[in-house]
Design a protein around this ligand. Structure first.
Ligand SMILES: [Zn+2]
Length: 330
């Protein structure tokens, strides 16, 4: 499997969370405020509040190093062979962590996992947080460019994410255009909430290389046409949308709309920790809900390789492996 839409902080498992909280006994974290258990739902606004709590327990670079290694190992244990993680670099005055040292810690975690010879390839996207506005967005892109050069292909792109009600897409056009000029690939969270036609159209003009969620794209014929024309792949996260209540039920998830149109889609987890899921469960949920055959599931996973941001050499190697695995998976 290939995981292309995973936020580092939201991917922290409850085991890692417990270890982090044990190290910070003076922080009083209410029970159940770090993940949403099976069957439970939270409004999107509450989901973003959960991230505030996660930020409190990951305030030092050593926390970031630990969570990165744990998250990569967990994806590897789930059978993910290629992972693109993403995260917003963060300053913490209290601990002296800076955006740069935050990113260094993440990349060091990825490097250490590489040395452990886990059976997983990891790449990284630097996230631009909508809430932080256009100036910070430009600084973030500059950092992404620096690390793109210094990490030899590990930093492959930039993501636009964060609370979808914050800011306007136009605030980020300049920064994202610059990222693209520098050769960074773009994955943008688009139309996560209703009535975002104007900013979605602006951002689709860039155009992005992939779209995160696109939950409400199909309520506008014009947007659907634009996405279809560019055949822009969609990163779809069923459990995340169900628990965040932007989708009423799994059979009404927009996976069905795009899949039936033969449009490229990639099944992803978004925040496997917060939403208590993993990529195998997400494939299973899509297969059960939309009655996909084993062959169709294999094809979904195989075609995801076309949409990764790593080099064509990595793509070819993954495709060969997947072909070799096919008989045992069907
Ligand atoms: Zn996301």
């Amino acid at each position: 499997m290939k995981e292309l839409h995973a936020h580092l902080n939201g991917s922290i498992s409850s085991d890692t969370m417990k270890r982090l909280m044990a190290q910070k006994p003076d922080l009083q974290i209410p029970n159940g405020m770090t993940m949403i258990e099976k069957g439970k739902k939270r409004r999107l606004e509450e989901c973003f509040q959960m991230f505030q709590i996660i930020h409190q327990i990951t305030s030092r670079t050593e926390d970031i190093l630990m969570v990165t290694k744990d998250v990569v190992r967990e994806f590897a244990a789930d059978g993910v062979k290629y992972l693109e993680l993403r995260s917003t670099p963060r300053d913490e005055n209290a601990t002296g962590m800076t955006k740069r040292s935050y990113l260094e810690a993440v990349l060091e975690g990825i490097r250490q996992c590489n040395e452990e010879e886990l059976d997983i390839e990891v790449r990284f996207l630097v996230s631009v947080d909508r809430r932080a506005g256009s100036t910070v967005a430009k600084q973030t892109v500059k950092l992404a460019e620096d690390f793109q050069l210094s990490t030899d292909g590990v930093v492959v792109g930039v993501d636009l994410s964060g609370n979808p009600t914050a800011g306007h897409g136009r605030d980020f056009l300049e920064a994202l255009t610059e990222a693209r000029r520098a050769g960074l690939r773009l994955s943008l969270h688009l139309s996560e909430i209703p009535n975002r036609e104007e900013e979605t159209k602006l951002l689709l003009d860039l155009p992005p290389d992939r779209i995160g969620h696109g939950t409400f794209l199909h309520s506008s014929r014009e947007l659907v046409e634009l996405v279809k024309q560019n055949r822009t792949p969609l990163e779809l996260c069923l459990t995340s949308n169900l628990k965040g209540q932007t989708t009423p039920s799994s059979d009404q998830h927009h996976f069905g709309f795009w899949y039936r149109m033969d449009h490229p889609v990639v099944i992803c987890t978004d925040d496997k920790g917060v939403f208590a899921t993993d990529l195998s469960q997400e494939y299973q949920l899509a297969a059960d809900t939309f009655q996909l055959s084993k062959e169709q599931v294999w094809n979904l996973s195989y075609e995801a390789i076309d949409h990764i941001f790593a080099s064509s050499r990595t793509k070819t190697a993954l495709k060969e492996r997947w072909q070799a695995l096919k008989p045992s998976m069907l």
